[in-house]
Design a protein around this ligand. Structure first.
Ligand SMILES: *[C@@H]1O[C@H](CO)[C@@H](O)[C@H](O)[C@H]1NC(C)=O
Ligand SMILES: *[C@@H]1O[C@H](CO)[C@@H](O)[C@H](O)[C@H]1NC(C)=O
Ligand SMILES: *[C@@H]1O[C@H](CO)[C@@H](O)[C@H](O)[C@H]1NC(C)=O
Ligand SMILES: *[C@@H]1O[C@H](CO)[C@@H](O)[C@H](O)[C@H]1NC(C)=O
Ligand SMILES: *[C@@H]1O[C@H](CO)[C@@H](O)[C@H](O)[C@H]1NC(C)=O
Ligand SMILES: *[C@@H]1O[C@H](CO)[C@@H](O)[C@H](O)[C@H]1NC(C)=O
Ligand SMILES: *[C@@H]1O[C@H](CO)[C@@H](O)[C@H](O)[C@H]1NC(C)=O
Ligand SMILES: *[C@@H]1O[C@H](CO)[C@@H](O)[C@H](O)[C@H]1NC(C)=O
Ligand SMILES: *[C@@H]1O[C@H](CO)[C@@H](O)[C@H](O)[C@H]1NC(C)=O
Ligand SMILES: *[C@@H]1O[C@H](CO)[C@@H](O)[C@H](O)[C@H]1NC(C)=O
Length: 837
């Protein structure tokens, strides 16, 4: 802009090339208000390629684009409909001027033309609020790159620009592009629709192919950003070479395409998302067909999803399933006839140096005619976006010009006024509500379409629809996949793991992993962590491949187990035999055998034995605090009583005579104060103290331990350090045993009726060695066997004393009554004394 002082100056543009437009050209319709239209009738992805001469590019040298012409016809149709409508803009004629922008090559010159006035001058001034350019609004262009270029010019004039297929989301930034409006869902939604489709068909291993231009770069970047933290991985991404304007391939391009298709052949990914203008795809798909690549799922971005020319490459059926994203189909009555309607007044009547203005397309109508059936069958998808753009402008003009039934004011329309009105429109068009949101976007649904090649069918059959407001797919129909049994093609780096299997990542992609069973004792909570098995809590356990833990089974001695039954039978046997011994001894209490065995003291031994037998059941069933104390204290106390009795008896037999002879006073005391009983009482007191302190020192709460043989089982048992207490307890018994053994050994010369050395030795040795064995065993082994063994050893010890000590005496009483007489005893003692002398 010039400095403040300058009032106005004008610049003569190099627009001489644009002569007076032809009256009845397809590209021009005179009217009270003109709309500018930018369409791609020819395409060239290389951009501006003529750097060596200063001429506007000649679009007709490039490939013709059928869809672009179709869209241009849509604009013409819409304007004609508006003009035919008696209520929308009565007595106002809407006109248009359209230019072929040939994708990107020719967009600056047309926009200068649209902005200039009738005299081809575009004045340079400070304030454009009173400036009236040639057109009141511009429809198009189709791609984002051109749209941005054009928008940069138009924003200075706030000239409304409605694009019908530029999806780049930056265009929604009203700070940068204040005059841009869109009748197509943005790239964000296009990407989301693709992602939703991938998720729906459980494809998580995809290939992305993108063209080397802005379109490919931006959209593939958007997709990879969207997938960055998700469950879908991109196996690889490749850039397709940009073709020459004349579609010939350089050898480098050919090599590159061969390499890309070769890589696709090798890949395990079967889903290929392609972001590219359709122009760059002809060579690519020819290469795909040449290499016989089959069985892929091709996902088309909106740029080529409904391209009839690519679709006409019918061999593509071999290459797999083609799905695409495009805007929804809104049938427009009368349009398919209009598309191929020839204007009565043939070619341009006036002589225009049209070579540079790109307002010609000789072949368009004939080519479109040849595609008419496919275009008719495929319905009006992007067409509706163009159609609604024109109507949006018409409705804005309607309110700006204050139209009523009879007519409109024929005011001068400044672009910025119209822009404000367009942003406010809200009307219904063919059943759809048309209004622009804050970003200047119109909310149209997207559709997923599948390519079909059956004649007389819609070549782009809708299989699902996507609602931008909900961001999810709806109305999903069946898709014919061309696979055996029509199963959905699988495109996964790794099959999903079964429940209870953890993922072990392979390589860099989170989608690639091995499945590894969780080991017993661990489980997999998928919601928590898919890559690690969690250990079970200590009271629980799991099998291989479990998704949760179960409570370990509690194990303890039970009544119905074989070892329990055996031991209990042994115990009852012991009890009965001990009872028998008690009865026999009671009946023969005055006989010498009983008296030599200790007399009344025998009953002191037999009573705890009987009690111990009856207490055996405390080992069976779940242990409690009391049964644990009982096990640790009661049995050992019984033993101590028995052993102290035996010891004191041995002492009496061996030493009493000597004591009587050598220490008569001590002997007197021993006899008078019931020495044996005092001794036993003392020992028992001592034992009680030891047992009590041992119980206090260690816990008596039942504890659980894992069965070392079977981790599914928890053993419920008494204090696991019980064996230490056991040794302390046993130490007193050991001392008594040694004492008793010592006495018995010194008295081994005594007559057999008095000599119990053998039995005592046997009992004591067994008691002691079994205790040591039990302690050792407990120290190294923790299984359920411990309890059984403990019980067995206890019962065997009881039996040892019952049968080992009392058994032979009962035998004597019952079977040799003749030896159980004082006379016989006297004779034996006499014999012994004589031998000794
Ligand atoms: C507009 O009206 C004319 C004359 O009635 C008719 O021939 C033409 O088909 C109409 N155009 C549209 C698009 O409706
Ligand atoms: C196509 O264009 C390239 C460079 O633009 C040129 O080298 C080549 O000769 C052209 N081929 C044809 C058949 O025109
Ligand atoms: C593709 O298949 C055709 C016939 O089925 C065969 O002639 C041709 O050699 C194959 N091409 C490649 C690259 O395998
Ligand atoms: C058309 O224009 C060309 C040059 O642009 C000129 O040579 C020719 O005579 C003109 N024809 C008519 C019928 O005006
Ligand atoms: C288009 O087709 C018509 C007949 O259908 C023919 O007369 C005309 O020459 C063709 N135009 C071009 C440019 O091929
Ligand atoms: C489609 O391609 C075939 C050959 O590949 C061609 O003959 C036919 O004309 C094409 N159809 C159209 C509508 O161009
Ligand atoms: C229509 O508008 C014009 C001016 O805009 C006005 O003069 C005329 O009275 C209006 N007619 C009706 C029916 O409102
Ligand atoms: C447009 O009009 C419809 C009905 O007339 C209304 O429900 C809707 O809210 C309007 N939208 C806006 C953005 O004003
Ligand atoms: C197809 O389905 C049939 C019957 O449902 C089955 O026997 C056959 O194995 C299936 N084939 C494949 C490739 O899945
Ligand atoms: C998995 O973890 C989640 C979150 O911590 C929890 O809500 C869910 O209950 C767990 N599932 C199982 C089976 O443990």
């Amino acid at each position: 802009m010039g400095p403040q002082g300058r009032a106005a100056c004008s610049l003569l543009f190099l627009l001489q090339a644009l002569a007076e437009p032809a009256e009845n050209s397809e590209f021009f319709l005179p009217g009270d208000y003109l709309l500018g239209g930018l369409f791609t009738l020819h395409a060239n992805v290389k951009g501006i390629v003529h750097l060596n001469y200063l001429k506007v590019p000649k679009c007709k040298e490039y490939e013709m684009k059928v869809l672009g012409y179709n869209l241009m016809q849509a604009m013409r149709f819409a304007v004609e409909e508006v003009n035919n409508d008696s209520s929308l803009l009565p007595n106002v004629l809407l006109g248009y001027e359209m230019v072929d922008s040939c994708y990107m090559s020719n967009n600056v010159q047309p926009v200068l033309y649209f902005l200039s006035q009738d005299d081809y001058f575009l004045p340079i001034q400070e304030d454009y609020s009173q400036y009236v350019p040639r057109v009141v609004a511009i429809i198009g262009p189709d791609n984002s790159e051109s749209t941005k270029t054009v928008a940069n010019f138009l924003s200075l004039f706030l000239l409304p620009q409605i694009t019908y297929s530029a999806i780049n989301d930056e265009l929604g930034n009203k700070g940068r592009f204040p005059a841009v409006l869109r009748t197509v869902p943005g790239a964000d939604h296009q990407t989301e629709a693709i992602v939703q489709m991938l998720l729906h068909f459980r494809w998580n291993w995809i290939v992305v192919l993108a063209s080397g231009d802005d379109y490919g770069r931006e959209n593939s970047h958007l997709l990879s950003q969207r997938l960055a933290h998700g469950d879908i991985c991109i196996a690889f991404q490749e850039t397709l070479p940009t073709p020459q304007p004349n579609q010939t391939m350089t050898p480098q391009d050919q090599e590159r395409l061969e390499a890309i298709v070769g890589k696709l052949q090798q890949s395990t990914a079967r889903v290929v998302v392609v972001f590219s203008p359709e122009l760059a795809l002809h060579n690519f798909f020819r290469e795909v067909l040449r290499q016989n690549l089959t069985g892929a799922v091709w996902i088309a971005s909106e740029s080529w999803a409904i391209d009839p020319v690519l679709h006409n490459l019918t061999e593509l059926q071999r290459a797999g399933t083609f799905l695409g994203i495009t805007t929804q189909n809104v049938p427009i009555p009368g349009f398919s006839e209009f598309r191929v309607r020839r204007s009565q007044v043939g070619r341009p009547a006036l002589n225009r140096s049209s070579a540079n203005c790109n307002q010609e397309c000789d072949t368009c109508l004939n080519t479109t005619e040849s595609f008419n059936s496919i275009l008719t069958l495929s319905g009006e998808r992007v067409v509706y976006s163009v159609y609604s753009s024109v109507y949006a402008v018409a409705h804005a003009l309607h309110s700006l010009l204050g139209c009523n039934q009879s007519g409109c004011r024929r005011d001068v329309v400044y672009p910025w006024q119209l822009l404000l009105e367009i942003r406010k429109v809200n009307f219904t068009l063919l059943g759809h509500q048309i209004f622009f949101n804050e970003q200047g976007d119109l909310s149209l649904n997207l559709e997923i379409i599948q390519w079909q090649w059956d004649l007389s069918q819609n070549p782009f059959r809708s299989v699902a629809s996507y609602q931008p407001s909900k961001r999810q797919l709806k109305h999903i129909h069946d898709i014919s996949w061309n696979t055996p049994n029509n199963t959905i093609p699988v495109s996964m780096c790794s099959r999903s793991c079964q429940p209870g299997q953890k993922k072990k990542p392979v390589g860099l992609h989170p989608c690639c992993f091995e499945c590894i069973d969780c080991l017993p004792g661990t489980f997999l909570n998928q919601t928590l962590d898919e890559f690690d098995c969690q250990p079970c809590p200590s009271s629980e356990w799991s099998h291989r491949k479990d998704t949760s833990c179960f409570k370990r089974q509690l194990a303890f001695l039970e009544w119905d187990e074989a070892p329990t039954i055996v031991v209990v039978m042994l115990a009852s046997l012991g009890f009965l035999s001990t009872l028998a011994i008690v009865i026999i001894f009671w009946r023969h209490v005055r006989t010498p055998v009983v008296r030599s065995a200790g007399g009344p003291m025998c009953f002191l031994m037999l009573a705890p034995l009987l009690m111990a037998y009856t207490a055996v059941p405390v080992y069976v069933g779940p242990p409690t605090v009391w049964s644990c104390i009982f096990r640790q204290a009661f049995f050992t106390l019984c033993f101590t009583i028995c052993i102290s009795c035996i010891t004191v008896r041995s002492f009496q037999i061996v030493c009493v005579f000597k004591m009587a002879r050598r220490l008569p006073r001590a002997y007197g005391c021993w006899g008078r104060y019931h020495g044996p009983y005092v001794f036993v009482a003392c020992v028992v007191m001592l034992k009680l103290v030891i047992v009590a302190s041992s119980v206090l020192a260690t816990t008596t709460m039942p504890t659980t331990r894992v069965d070392p043989d079977d981790p599914r089982i928890m053993i419920l048992s008494c204090n696991p350090n019980y064996h230490r207490g056991l040794l302390v307890n046993t130490s007193l018994d050991l001392l008594l045993s040694l004492l008793g053994f010592g006495f018995a050994y010194t008295g081994k010369e005594l007559p057999t009726n008095y000599n119990e050395a053998k039995f005592i030795t046997f009992c004591m040795t067994f008691y002691f060695s079994s205790s040591v064995f039990l302690c050792t065993f407990m120290a190294v082994y923790n299984g359920v066997l411990v309890t059984i063994l403990d019980l067995l050893v206890t019962v065997l010890n009881l039996l040892g004393i019952s049968l080992g000590y009392f058994g032979p005496k009962c035998y004597m009483i019952l079977f040799y009554p003749e030896r159980n007489t004082p006379a016989y005893f006297n004779s034996v003692i006499q014999g012994y004394t004589m031998r000794k002398d």
